[in-house]
Design a protein around this ligand. Structure first.
Ligand SMILES: [Zn+2]
Length: 446
């Protein structure tokens, strides 16, 4: 048994415990939580002194891809306090193999949930064909059943899936107890909510509001980079407080559809022109401090991708930069407005997309969610309880309570006072096993 003693509890529900608590761990589960008087340390338990420390649930990254061995760094996730990841697009045999390795204890890492391949009913766009599966709309139910039978934790619908197909996929997935995640394009805006989609990924849901002339019929003809640039061509002109935006929020909220905006993905563009987007910028001390601690190939890739981005941004005119900043401000305002309107926001990163680091970029995502207007508490809930609920796993992880998995972080500073304190991780407990971030990282450096 382990007793984490005397910490201030931020348990993931959205509440902060007024008096210090003891958390008792038995095996891989939380056995009890309560004030010291009510929750004495069991005889023989290993004691972790958490006095003056802050406890949160292990974090969940709701949007990752663990598809290639050279970009799969389970230890980095753990070192950053990410104890659960949701893979939203990868081939089943790969992700299932990664999960088996973690579950066997052969390699430390986060719990992996996955959807298997992203389902496409039209041509997948070439950059991502390797982790898509193209299907015939007539076989929608059979495709969902095959994935459900293979043990997926959700279904991922991708850009070419049309509204009626999305509706059929959602109906079948829900009948099989599975949530549906969608990167929207052919199904635009509130159509996804009406189809029953549980979470819309990135900020493509706002694509519905693109002005005439900016609609994009065939994403398959573009490269991933060009496709990523589409939103930036018109988002600067959007009024994030308009009635059209309000109606879109209402449609999502009425259907209970969550938004997983992956802000860190968008921050790369303003970051590349030197704007203050925190450690997404290579100049930021937090990130430069992290660099030498990362495995050499990861650090090298990061530096190269950033140099690439910066070179691409070098020629941008002042006018173009101004438009980019407006678009970025609008993205933040749209996300904050959704939360304020009563929407469900989830924290995800799209790791290992360009310059996104396993685990550590989720800290950045939380900081950006706070910039967007969430409170630090709401940002923490977006990375703990909300993801668990969305996945139907609220009895398994996402909060610190008796019976839940023993996934928790011991922080040396208060994340509610400053969300950046979520980086000040002293210890990570993942299913009852205790890790120190420094030791995990030291084991990787070469
Ligand atoms: Zn993705």
């Amino acid at each position: 048994m382990i007793a984490v003693v005397g910490g201030t509890l931020i348990d993931g529900t959205g509440r902060r415990q007024a008096e210090p608590v003891n958390v008792v761990i038995d095996g891989d589960r939380v056995a009890g939580v309560g004030p010291a008087a009510a929750m004495p340390v069991p005889p023989g338990a290993t004691v972790i002194d958490a006095r003056g420390r802050f406890l949160t649930p292990g974090l969940v990254d709701m949007h990752v891809h663990v598809y290639t061995p050279d970009k799969w760094h389970p230890e980095l996730f753990l070192a950053a306090g990410v104890t659960t990841v949701l893979d939203l697009g990868g081939q089943l045999h790969d992700v299932a193999a990664y999960r088996r390795v973690i579950e066997s204890g052969a390699r430390p890492g986060p719990r992996i949930l996955f959807t298997g391949p992203m389902l496409e009913e039209g041509d997948p766009y070439p950059g991502f064909a390797g982790f898509c599966r193209r299907f015939d709309a007539e076989r929608t139910e059979a495709e969902v059943d095959a994935l459900a039978d293979a043990g997926v934790d959700g279904i991922k619908l991708y850009v070419t899936v049309r509204p009626e197909t999305a509706r059929r996929a959602c109906a079948r997935a829900h009948a099989r107890g599975l949530p549906v995640f969608m990167h929207q394009h052919a199904t635009s805006g509130v159509e996804a909510a009406l189809a029953g989609v549980d979470s819309v990924e990135h900020v493509n849901v706002f694509g519905q509001l693109a002005p005439a002339g900016f609609h994009l019929a065939e994403p398959a003809k573009l490269s991933p980079f060009e496709y990523g640039g589409w939103l930036w061509r018109w988002l600067d002109a959007l009024d994030p407080r308009s009635d059209a935006v309000r109606r879109l929020y209402d449609g999502l909220i009425k259907a209970g559809t969550a938004l997983d905006p992956t802000l860190v993905l968008y921050a790369a563009r303003p970051g590349a022109i030197g704007d203050d987007v925190g450690d997404t910028s290579m100049d930021d001390p937090e990130r430069t401090r992290l660099l030498p601690r990362l495995p050499a190939p990861v650090a090298k890739d990061l530096v190269e991708r950033w140099a690439e981005r910066r070179r691409a941004a070098l020629d941008a005119s002042e006018r173009a930069k101004h438009r980019m900043r407006r678009a970025w401000d609008n993205i933040l305002t749209l996300v904050g407005g959704f939360q304020r309107a009563g929407g469900i926001v989830l924290a995800g990163t799209d790791c290992p997309n360009v310059a996104i680091v396993s685990g550590f970029s989720l800290h950045r995502e939380l900081e950006l969610l706070v910039r967007a207007g969430l409170s630090p508490m709401e940002a923490i809930v977006a990375a703990t309880r909300r993801p668990a609920e969305r996945l139907g796993k609220q009895d398994v992880f996402g909060t610190i309570a008796p019976g839940r998995a023993a996934d928790l972080l011991v922080l040396t500073a208060d994340p509610l006072a400053d969300i950046r304190n979520i980086r000040r991780i002293e210890r990570v407990m993942a299913r009852g096993v205790v890790f120190e971030p420094g030791t995990l990282l030291a084991g990787l450096s070469r």
